[in-house]
Write a protein that binds this ligand. Structure first.
Ligand code: 13P
Ligand code: SF4
Length: 397
């Protein structure tokens, strides 16, 4: 029996609801005001609570110039405007991992994103470089749906059942420990921009796949490669042996961990159909959306892909977009000649990406200027070894 403990619903799933609203004014308020929504973010010295957005901005600009080339800031596309504007490089999780592996001159890599991204950067940077996550409570509710012990037990059970004829693939949105499990067991890491290549690599070898933790990316990828839905089965971590029978496991080609993204699963098939019929829009969605949404969309791809396709489209074109609202708003701002809107009229920023308030960025930069490393993300050496193997396999795809 694999299950030792109960999997709980990540707190971020619940917090996500706090941030859903009808107006799309995403301007940052003081941290004190943002705390009033009841969020439980990492504690920060009180002097940062009342600082006005402009004060924070001026201080960050000053500190960036003081720290110069010692500092490199990476920013994921879902970050707030007031944070991403300070990034030296922006990107999707794949591009940022490549960038992290290339930054050699900086002593400090500040990752404006979420915890699994900072861990990945720590694995791919040199041992002397320090990776910093401005707010340590910026996790990812999907990654939290796959606690390592549960994944390890499930993997041991299934690989034994199938005599090793299965490969573990983990989405980048997972802990370093799960990446290491994949590296150690001849598996790989993938992101939404290379999941098809990663799956194909193992299917070509006649292997089945156990994919963690996003069932939707896994299902969408499997279907895009011609695997029908009856050949995929969902491993439910709340049930004994994933709730699957011996035949389920033997007869499937792809097993999917029962995880999801609470931001992307909000989009619906009807929203896609309405955008197409009412606005004559082209629709592009992220592959973390459910398959009925993906099937109706015109295009599917990672955040970087979404930016490329929309930015390179004809002037005057109309786009309905199924991904995080900060990115959608930025696309609309940068492409004033196009009509760009979010498929969901209720606006829900990713609650954990949102935890990187500019005051947290200022806090860690203040620390660095004073010779203090605040909020370093440091993966254990023994984990780095195998996680790096799985990440390098991805970078070679
Ligand atoms: P990307 O790989 O597109 O950056 O996606 C990461 C993510 O967390 C999307 O929810
Ligand atoms: Fe995680 Fe979803 Fe936020 Fe991406 S958008 S970081 S998958 S919760």
């Amino acid at each position: 029996m694999y299950s030792k403990r109960k999997v709980s619903i990540p707190v971020t799933e619940l917090e996500q609801a706090f941030f859903c609203r009808l107006d799309d004014n995403l301007r940052s308020k003081t941290l004190e005001e943002e705390f009033k929504s009841g969020v439980k973010w990492q504690k920060i010295p009180t002097r940062y609570l009342k600082m006005k957005p402009q004060e924070i901005e001026d201080e960050i600009i000053r500190l960036k110039s003081v720290l110069g080339t010692k500092l490199f800031i990476l920013g994921h596309h879902y970050q707030r405007e007031e944070v991403i504007k300070f990034a030296d490089v922006t990107g999707d999780s794949f591009k940022l991992s490549v960038e992290a592996s290339k930054v050699r001159q900086a002593d400090y890599v500040v990752f404006c994103g979420v915890h699994f991204m900072a861990e990945t950067a720590d694995i791919l940077t040199s041992p002397e470089q320090k990776v910093i996550l401005p707010n340590l409570s910026a996790g990812c509710s999907m990654a939290d749906m796959a606690p390592f012990d549960d994944v390890e037990d499930a993997w041991n059970f299934v690989s034994k059942e199938l005599d090793g004829l299965i490969a573990p693939i983990t989405y980048m949105n997972s802990s370093a420990a799960i990446k290491a499990l994949c590296g150690e067991n001849d598996g790989i890491v993938c992101t939404s921009s290379n999941a098809r290549k990663a799956f194909q690599k193992f299917l070509d070898k006649g292997k089945k796949i156990f994919f963690f933790p996003d069932q939707h990316l896994g299902r969408n990828t499997a279907i895009s490669l011609g695997i029908n839905e009856s050949q995929t089965k969902v491993w439910n971590p709340f049930k004994i042996n994933g709730g699957l029978s011996h035949n389920d496991i033997r007869n499937s080609k792809v097993l999917l961990w029962q995880g999801h993204c609470s931001v992307h699963t909000r989009f619906t098939k009807d929203q896609v159909l309405d955008a197409k019929s009412d606005k004559n829009a082209k629709v592009v969605v992220h592959p973390e959306c459910t398959n009925d949404v993906v099937r109706e969309a015109d295009y599917v791809g990672s955040t970087e892909y979404i930016i490329d396709i929309v930015s390179n489209s004809d002037s005057g074109s109309v786009w309905g977009i199924g991904t995080e609202i900060n990115l959608v708003k930025r696309l609309a701002m940068n492409n004033p000649d196009k009509d760009i809107f979010c498929l969901d009229p209720i606006v829900c920023p990713c609650a954990t990406m949102y935890r990187i308030h500019p005051a947290y960025l200022l806090w860690v930069l203040d620390g660095l200027a004073a010779g203090l490393v605040i909020n370093q993300v440091s993966v254990k050496e023994s984990t780095i070894l195998n996680a790096k193997v799985a990440l390098e396999r991805m970078l070679e795809l």
